[in-house]
Design a protein. Structure first.
Length: 288
């Protein structure tokens, strides 16, 4: 059988239910430990085989389309590894906001790797694919795996978590983005060899999941972005079981047991003029 000339994927966003940031490794990366879950907020990525070259197109003007783009990097590494018999055109339709801590660029890169496997028929072993993903970016291995996971190291160690606790979320995006680099600088973590050991988490119900919601970046941004704390407070007042920052920000999420509860909280957040102009809200659900 032949391979498709083009294929499209929905690339989901993620939420960091928990995110601990430890010290700086000898290679310059920070050690992290995070429970990450994909959610139903998507970009769409189309990978098309063409005679030669690597080209990226995107409908969002703030997303680079040159070698700085994560999809471009993924295609370049795929060409070095499994190999491209020709070229590739990658088209991205954005639905996940940028600079939000929701992993849109990383998810797009993982979708690109998946698409390249399909259009070339060259499918590396999973260990090689995950190693390639880690070279693209810290969150790309998680999206390549494609399920809820405990993510460790700088993001390259991904352990699946059996997910039996579905939830809905209201994701609130303030009218500002946040720099991941600045967030790490503000945390002021020192050098370390290895973080303390932690086990693989398991959850029996949503209250157990809500109990672990935490994000070390909140302490980094608290002095300069008090809006994050206010949004968390409003989500809790709207009925969220827990609320927290995703990634290095700026998106803040609240966890809800049902779509009806989440939709009602979303309406309340949108009607809250005190949270400032330019705020956007999304309702999403966890992806099994």
């Amino acid at each position: 059988m032949g391979h498709p000339a083009a294929i499209s994927f929905l690339a989901p966003a993620k939420l960091n239910i928990s995110l601990e940031v430890f010290g700086i490794r000898p290679d310059g990366y920070h050690e992290i430990r995070s429970v990450m879950v994909p959610v139903s907020l998507y970009d769409e990525v189309t990978v098309e085989a063409i005679p030669e070259g690597i080209f990226v197109e995107c409908d969002a003007p703030d997303v680079p389309t040159d070698e700085a783009n994560t999809c471009h990097r993924a295609a370049s590494l795929f060409r070095e590894g499994p190999g491209l018999p020709g070229g590739v055109r990658i088209r991205i339709k954005k639905g996940i906001p940028s600079q939000a801590g929701l992993g849109g660029g990383s998810s797009d890169a993982a979708a690109t790797l998946k698409g390249l496997c399909s259009v070339t028929g060259r499918v590396p072993p999973q260990a090689d694919l995950l190693a390639m993903a880690a070279r693209v970016g810290a969150d790309v291995p998680f999206f390549t795996l494609g399920s809820a996971a405990l993510v460790e190291g700088f993001g390259e160690i991904v352990t699946p978590i059996p997910w039996k606790v579905p939830f809905h979320a209201v994701i609130v995006l303030p009218a500002f983005g946040l720099s991941t680099r600045e967030g790490y600088e503000r945390l002021r973590r020192g050098p370390m060899e290895a973080p303390p050991k932690g086990g693989i988490p398991s959850f029996r119900d949503l209250s157990g999941l809500a109990a672990i919601v935490r994000n070390d970046f909140e302490e980094a941004w608290a002095p300069v972005r008090p809006e994050i704390g206010r949004i968390k407070g409003e989500l809790l007042a709207a009925g969220a079981l827990a609320a927290g920052l995703s990634g290095s920000g700026s998106a803040v999420f609240g966890l809800f047991a049902s779509g009806e509860d989440a939709s009602e909280a979303n309406r309340r957040m949108l009607g809250n003029a005190g949270l400032g102009p330019g705020m956007r809200c999304y309702v999403a659900r966890s992806i099994p």
